[in-house]
Design a protein around this ligand. Structure first.
Ligand code: C2E
Ligand code: MG
Ligand code: MG
Length: 415
């Protein structure tokens, strides 16, 4: 046994609570492998895991239950449907969690499977040869880094470097994807959230977890945020010109709010495009607001004075007090998906939703629930009186040029 045995819980800064929140699916027909994983998960404190003995069963599990896993571990050589076919399926359903391959095949084949996974745009963290021991398993898990607030797995070596970000910015990055925000009462779509994506040189589209944290380490985050803001306002202007009066929400990192001139700069951009700031919501994560600096507070207040709408993102992750929120000019709370996903079957999530919605109503603040994936959770949110919903049940984020087509389909279908 290695002398580092038992230190799994601190790998890559992943804390105990974060491991506990991780949902894992293991697809393998070998009982011994299942036993090995069970023991390992117990050590890590992961209790939200499922096993499937075949890829076919895993596929129907994922479709029927609309289950989103943070990590899928799969064998390659399985009866009927093999691991490669399963990977194609994961790509088709736009599975965005991490993927790990375990197989008895030789190393060369495993390497090409990893390449295939990358070509499918899957977040593949590696392939491990069977039989493996605890040390190898630990190394594989050590390659994952869990962003503390998002539960999104990151393969550290896939993150962009500062140089790559710098160069990409001058090549038209970041690109924007948009996710609709649906009004619960009318089922209409008044606005979209702009979510940054990165087009790598090979054409692959990368998620924000691969470049935002890196950009935040330097002044690059300012350039990046400015680009997202300008493109969002430009898009609003274009939609308005086409007769679609959508508003857009833009995410701001705390560091990019520490520029005293920001409210004037943003207002000037809006007037260049003849877009009223009322059509733009600035989303700031709750944990950032709790650690606010005086400058950021000054900027937040003046953004409100200039007419921008302000939203508290990932609400529930930062333990805000009602008093503190009441002192800041926010008009919207977005409840983090950790409390929305599976709320219909979780007493504690339901309690958090119930009290957040009641609090929002009392304060005249609208409540958006993020990450709605199932009809059951949506029914619960309706019953509790949420104002807006966002999530895969309605639409994943889509490229800008697909938005109007999506809207047409949405308006045609009955809800
Ligand atoms: P966020 O602002 O909380 O955005 C919501 C995230 O949840 C998005 O991930 C969205 O794709 C994802 N999501 C939406 N519906 C569902 C669902 O039903 N199920 C699941 N599992 N996920 C869902 P995305 O696009 O990867 O963005 C992650 C985070 O990156 C964002 O979280 C935001 O904090 C940050 N981000 C994105 N774009 C920007 C940006 O332009 N600037 C800054 N500073 N941060 C950004
Ligand atoms: Mg957001
Ligand atoms: Mg959020």
């Amino acid at each position: 046994m290695s002398n580092t045995e038992g230190s799994e819980k601190v790998i890559a800064g992943i804390s105990d609570e974060n491991w506990q929140a991780v949902k894992v699916l293991v697809v393998d027909d070998d009982d011994r492998v299942q036993e090995q994983f069970k023991m390992y998960f117990t050590d890590l404190g992961i209790d939200n895991y499922q096993f499937e003995c075949s890829a076919a069963a895993a596929m129907s599990n994922m479709v029927q239950q609309q289950h989103s896993y943070d990590l899928v571990v799969t064998d390659l050589n399985m009866p009927n449907v093999d691991g490669i076919t399963f990977m194609r399926f994961l790509s088709k359903i736009e599975y965005s969690g991490a993927l790990m391959i375990i197989s008895g095949e030789d190393r060369r084949l495993l390497n090409s499977v990893v390449q295939l996974g990358n070509a499918h745009n899957l977040n593949i963290i590696g392939a491990m040869q069977k039989p493996f021991d605890r040390t190898e398993l630990r190394q594989m898990f050590g390659k994952m880094q869990l962003s503390a607030d998002k539960l999104a797995f990151v393969s550290a070596d896939q993150s962009l470097t500062e140089d790559e970000i710098q160069q990409g910015l001058s090549r038209g990055n970041p690109e924007l994807y948009f996710q609709p925000k649906v009004a619960v009462k009318t089922m209409s779509v008044p606005s979209f959230e702009a979510l940054a994506r990165w087009r790598a040189e090979d054409g692959k589209i990368l998620g924000p977890h691969l470049f935002i944290p890196v950009a935040e380490q330097s002044a690059l985050i300012n350039d990046l945020t400015d680009q997202v803001f300008i493109k969002s306002v430009e898009q609003v202007a274009q939609w308005h010109g086409q007769g679609f009066m959508f508003a857009v929400a833009v995410n701001f990192s705390m560091n990019s709010l520490e520029r005293i001139s920001l409210p004037d700069t943003l207002l000037a951009i809006c007037s260049d495009y003849k877009v009223s700031p009322e059509n733009i919501t600035i989303e700031i994560t709750e944990t950032c607001i709790m650690n606010q600096e005086a400058v950021a507070l000054d900027v937040i207040t003046r953004l409100h004075l200039k007419g921008f709408r302000l939203s508290i993102d990932d609400f529930g992750t930062g333990y805000s007090s009602i008093e503190k929120l009441n002192r800041l000019p926010f008009s919207e709370i977005k409840i983090d998906r950790a409390f929305v996903d599976g709320a219909a079957n979780s007493y504690s999530s339901r309690a958090i939703l119930e009290s957040s919605i009641a609090m929002g109503k009392k304060m005249g603040i609208s409540i958006v629930s993020e990450g709605v994936e199932t009809e059951q959770d949506f029914e619960l949110l309706k019953e509790l009186g949420a104002d807006y919903v966002q999530g895969a049940l309605f639409s994943n984020p889509i490229p800008a040029d697909s938005v109007l087509q999506w809207v047409e389909n949405w308006n045609k279908s009955s809800h």
